[in-house]
Write a protein that binds this ligand. Structure first.
Ligand code: 5AD
Ligand code: FES
Length: 349
């Protein structure tokens, strides 16, 4: 049964929600075949190439209080930092030397970084490196703000929807945050012509297999350019500290389903996946992922951007990390390449 379903998913790029649910429930039998089809689909568009994005975690101040997140405003134990515009630009410059052609500026929702400040940084990076893409991951903002950032040169935006189930969203976030505003943000980003990335945590508290089946239908309807998923991992100073972590096995299986549902999507094997399983990122690539997002933040602040416990690569220099990743990815038969790594068919140069 799972074979027929996976074959049809591979041909048609969609299943009924109950069919996704069947696959999720039978994942232990289905995972091998799913990964095989997913890798083949990925290679039809991208070959053996794995793209890298240089992640610059430029602030861990955040006005929000998501129950799962280690940098939530309510975590008094979090040692806060901000990078100056000069420091952010310097990170991108050194990343360029290492071969990065995409920079992801990620931070908490920190009002210190006004449109003016962020636009200035984006313009400087794009002026220094016109052949690079700038991706923003700075949370919920107004349409007007997203518009200014886009006009300053931002190409892409990552805003995980976190869950496609409104009631579940409300279990993960305080009342000050809303499912509807998050969806509004995603719609605005698409309208403004960003390449948009959405995503969710696997195994977040209260998530059911039904929710995961629904995620696939949601993803198909949004048709994002990128999808970031990783296991939920508890952080000791959050309300979810005693909750169980999501598994690498379920995450890699979902990576395969996402690849088959959105064949040319950009799909990272995330740091969280590498944290719950030492071979997680390699397994993610073998299951159909084609992107890695190593850290370019200065060594002094890396250990402070902790969304969850036991995060890997917090002590390594960027150059060491990229060498390590190249070795690791070689074992999968794939190869890390330099370049912007646009979505297939949307290449700029
Ligand atoms: N475990 C795993 N992922 C997390 N994120 C935030 N906190 C955690 C956690 N405890 C994810 C969220 C967010 C992204 C930047 O990191 O999905 O959107
Ligand atoms: Fe960072 Fe291996 S990828 S040390």
């Amino acid at each position: 049964m799972y074979k027929e379903l996976l074959d049809r998913l591979s041909r048609e790029g969609i299943l009924a929600e109950r069919e996704y649910l069947y696959l999720i429930r039978h994942r232990d039998e289905a995972r091998g075949y799913a990964a095989k089809l997913a890798r083949k689909t990925c290679e039809d568009f991208y070959g053996k190439r794995v793209f890298i994005r240089g992640l610059i975690e430029f602030t861990n101040y955040c006005r929000n209080n998501c129950y799962y997140c280690g940098i939530r405003a309510g975590n008094a134990k979090c040692e806060r930092y901000r990078l100056t515009p000069d420091e952010i630009v310097a990170c991108a410059d050194s990343g360029y030397e290492l071969g990065f052609r995409t920079f992801v500026m990620q931070g908490g929702e920190d009002p210190y970084y006004t449109d003016e400040v962020l636009c200035g940084v984006i313009r400087r990076i794009k002026t220094n490196h016109p052949d690079c893409a700038v991706t923003l991951s700075v949370g919920e903002r107004s349409f007007e703000s997203y518009k200014l950032l886009r006009e300053a040169g931002a190409d892409r935006y990552l805003l995980r929807h976190e869950t496609a189930n409104k009631a579940h969203y409300e279990k993960l976030h305080p009342e000050s945050m809303s499912f509807d505003n998050r969806q509004r943000c995603i719609a605005d980003l698409k309208k403004l012509g960003y390449q948009v990335g959405v995503g969710f945590m696997v195994g977040s508290p209260g998530q059911t297999e039904e929710d995961l089946a629904h995620e696939m239908i949601y993803l198909k309807s949004v048709s994002p350019d990128m999808v970031g998923i990783g296991p939920f991992i508890p952080h000791r100073d959050t309300p979810f500290k005693d909750e169980a972590a999501g598994s690498a096995e379920l995450t890699t299986f979902l990576l395969s389903l996402i690849r088959l549902t959105l064949p040319d999507v950009l799909l990272p094997a995330t740091t969280a996946l590498g944290t719950v399983d030492p071979q997680g990122r390699e397994k993610g690539i073998l299951a159909g992922a084609n992107v890695l997002m190593p850290n370019l933040s200065p060594a002094g602040v890396r250990g402070k951007y902790l969304l969850y416990d036991n995060k890997i690569c917090t002590g390594d220099e960027a150059a060491a990390c990229i060498e390590c990743l190249k070795r690791r990815i070689k074992t999968t038969g794939c190869e890390i390449v330099s370049g912007r790594g646009d979505r297939a068919g949307k290449e700029i140069q």
